[in-house]
Design a protein around this ligand. Sequence first.
Ligand code: ADP
Length: 433
Amino acid sequence: MVVALLALAAWIMHHMFGATTGWIAFSGGVVMLLLHHMKHVDALTRWLKLPVAGKVPVGSGVWDYVFSLLYRFERVKNKQQQQLAKTLVRFRQAGRAHPDGVVILDADNRIEWCNDTAESHFDLNVETDVGQPLINLMRQPDFVAYVESGDYAQPLELRTTRGGGAIFSVQIIPYGDAQKLLLSRDVTRLEKLETMRRDFVANVSHELRTPLTVLSGFLETIKELQLDPQRSRDYMNLMAEQGKRMERIVDDLLTLSTLESAPNPPLDERVRIVPLLERLRTEAEALSGGKHRVVLDAEPGFDLLGAENEIASAMGNLVTNAVRYTPDGGEVRITWRASADEAEFAVNDSGIGIAPEHIPRLTERFYRVDRSRSRATGGTGLGLAIVKHILNRHQATLDIKSEAGKGSRFAARFPARRIVPAATLPETVAREA
Ligand code: ADP
């Protein structure tokens, strides 16, 4: 178009001023046009070498149109790139926040990226360890064997010495172009629970098997031998004793399992403490058969909020234990002290006491310091586990102080939210039996 206009102007000049002038004008026009295009090509080339966003050159004539197209293209591309960068950042953030450890490995098992959890599981540092072979940094033999095996169908259970013996479940998932995703999960707590479950089943079986063996032994004897009536009666009594023992174990197990699944104890039900303690004292006296001095020292003024049957069971267990583990002639003292901020129920005894190494384990199921003494007094080894559970459910704590040969103090402390002023103040209860 421009060339056609130039030719027309040259042709007009050719006719007005002669052929030479016409040709000079035409050639001059072509040279100007060429310079114009060269200038824009140069600007384009410079920009293409270093395409700074938003710095697309401006031009005139046809170049104005070309540059505006380029500007539009560059803007769209820029937007897409920003979108992509944002998505990448989001993915990385999600990867970092993932509660499991994530490590991306290349075909040679070199670290390409890992998240914070993987850093803490494997003691890695994403800043300095990227590009390093993972097995140079995590040298535990079973882990190295797993990474090198190429068989990743099953996860590896990795037992480490870190943090007091943390256990991780590690699995490699191959993907893409020979890359691998290594996932790690801390299963320490799950493993401990599983061990506890196994121990518990083993303990229950053992506890029940002992009386069962005795029972079936007696049954066998009665069946095989002709026993005189007195002997038979003795055997029957022993069998009934074993039956009772099994019953007590099953009852306590049921209590524990009910407590585990029961809804939280109420915060709006009053448990009248003083009458409850009076009852416990009477029961303790009955159990003692007059062989102990049972003292009740309770300050009236405050009651508890919670499940009455549970609180009675927890306090009853502590009182019963005090009688069972105190030799004849000893003293069992039940105290109740309460203010609006804290309430304490305690049982002191002058009994056999407990050596310090046993104290932290007393609330474990079936833990007993002296198995035969516990059995002889009808114990199941579950009493303090039940007490602990009930107190937990009432946000209360159990404090145990004891000295072997001197006596023990078991104290349950209740928080302010479980304490309520007594409805009607009964007269002070400080009677001694
Ligand atoms: P058990 O049925 O054996 O009494 P518990 O769970 O009630 O089971 O108690 C666990 C163990 O704690 C008991 O076997 C005993 O060794 C010890 N124990 C509990 N209370 C006392 C106490 N007042 N004095 C001495 N030892 C106690």
